[in-house]
Design a protein around this ligand. Sequence first.
Ligand SMILES: CC(=O)SCCNC(=O)CCNC(=O)[C@H](O)C(C)(C)COP(=O)(O)OP(=O)(O)OC[C@H]1O[C@@H](n2cnc3c(N)ncnc32)[C@H](O)[C@@H]1OP(=O)(O)O
Ligand SMILES: CC(C)C(=O)C(=O)O
Ligand SMILES: [Mg+2]
Length: 588
Amino acid sequence: MKTAGRTTYQAPSAMPVAKYRPFLDVNPVDLPDRTWPTRRITRAPRWLSTDLRDGNQALIEPMDPARKRAMFDLLIAMGYKEIEIGFPAASQTDFDFVRQLIEDEAIPGDVVVSALTQSREDLIHRTIDALVGAPRANVHLYNATAPVFRDVVFRADRDATKELAVSGTREVLAYAEKIFDDDTVFGYQYSPEIFVDTELDFALEVCEAVMDVWQPSAEREIILNLPATVERCTPNVYADQIEYMSRNLSRRQYIALSVHPHNDRGTAVASAELAVMAGADRVEGCLFGQGERTGNVDLLTLGMNLMTQGVDPEIDFSDVDHVRRVVEQCTRMDVHPRHPYGGDLVYTAFSGSHQDAIAKGMVRREADIAAAGGDENAVAWNVPYLPVDPHDLGRNYEAIVRVNSQSGKGGVAYLMSSTRHLELPRRLQIELSQIVQRHSEVGGGEITAESLWQIFADEYLPASTAEGLKPWGRFSLRGTTVTTADDGEHATLTVNLTDHGEDRVLAATGNGPIDAFVKALGQLEIDIHVLDFAEHALSTGGDATAAAYIEAEVNGQVLWGVGIDPSITTASFKAIISAVNRAVRDAS
Ligand SMILES: CC(=O)SCCNC(=O)CCNC(=O)[C@H](O)C(C)(C)COP(=O)(O)OP(=O)(O)OC[C@H]1O[C@@H](n2cnc3c(N)ncnc32)[C@H](O)[C@@H]1OP(=O)(O)O
Ligand SMILES: CC(C)C(=O)C(=O)O
Ligand SMILES: [Mg+2]
């Protein structure tokens, strides 16, 4: 055999790479003494949901008032305390929705609602007018500060760009003072748009100028939100930028430093997490990562990531399917089946070795919980391949193992145990999984728990008609009578069965009922050696049903039989008949 040495492929593609520049060449960050890499997140940041603004503005069909209200009510029920409820100056519908929430008194007293506006006097006034009467209201003003916007969109230099932020802040303050009475707690948020592309010294200069107007203090917080409007760099670079701002902003103790990652590179979650390590106090995002283009950072993933580290997300995700349903109804977009924590398939294993490990992990967990006196929380979650307990998100365990052609014995055994309470012995698991494998290769798709049962019953319980199966098999047991001999060691057995449809009565004595049964069948030239035997009850109570599993060598062929019956002895006889029928099937 030849082996390959270390390989480097050097094959230039036809992609137009030369058109692009490394982000750091254009936007250097000089922070060699960065501290964020060794920090840990020990409590949840403040969250802002912008589902009703950034999420909504990116929908093919923006939410109507009823859907907006359903989203708002969901966010409140989940525990979000800061919610951006729209861009009221955008349209009459957006304005009316904000008014409706306030007039319906739907905003709890501890919830801050905010509304976004450009830095234009008429839009600022309209935004503030919309918020009148809210218990706690923030105006969120943004303007683009990045060079490409200064150059292409606004044709404004640095001073003019800064002046737009400053004049907008002044206007917000002046108009808010005029309009709001003491019934509203008023707050202010400023975002330098595409912060990540803005020269850091300039982002700092604009934020400082805005603060000079707002005059933050202990009673007068300012939210400075630093968006990755378009995600264009790796999360570590964003973290450096956030640490730079956190260290260099004056009046830091009065600032809620906020981040707003988008997901263009697919790393919004990592960006948010590293940004929090780098000093961010607050994260803006949307449920299931809705939002412009590839979306805003996903609040569900961020929250659940914290929980899996033992940190309280301070948000209720205990019914993730309800959350998903509401989000899907409101956005009219489907959640991907592999979406972290909430997708249909994210707690499901199809492949054999994963299923095997999960099944073993679940058995171990149950034993550990029993040993801990039944206290689930006393046993750390440690099930292979499952980063989180699906129960904690309102999912049951049924879907964690699903069987297809990639599955092995572990998955088959898990389904038989979890759906039918049959604890198959290991070698029977192997035998059954090979039978199932053949079925899935022919059918090509998934073997559901129901179809697995059909395959099992048809193979091992051929006399059963209960599942709508066609009975087959040379022998069918009609009844037995056991008499224990006076010596207490021998059993005499009378067996009533049908053989090829003909009634037969056999009698034999053995050193136990099974031995006697085997000897009785021997009279029909069926040579049986029992190799292994297992049994267990299937349910408790008076009508307890038993399952028996017998591995036998029948006329030279080794295979398993299964019997289910209220009587454990009859279950064993049925298991022998099952093995015999399987062995003589081809011959009959
Ligand atoms: C990164 C983000 O997500 S920002 C939020 C984006 N969300 C939205 O735009 C949704 C709501 N927007 C709207 O309904 C409309 O854009 C409105 C009502 C705000 C404005 O509508 P219009 O006046 O027709 O302007 P239009 O939509 O073309 O926006 C571009 C204009 O706004 C100006 N502008 C853009 N951002 C800002 C800002 N932050 N401050 C001041 N002016 C701005 C542009 O320079 C441009 O002006 P110009 O027409 O004089 O060149
Ligand atoms: C308005 C701002 C915060 C925004 O949505 C962005 O920059 O992505
Ligand atoms: Mg955004």
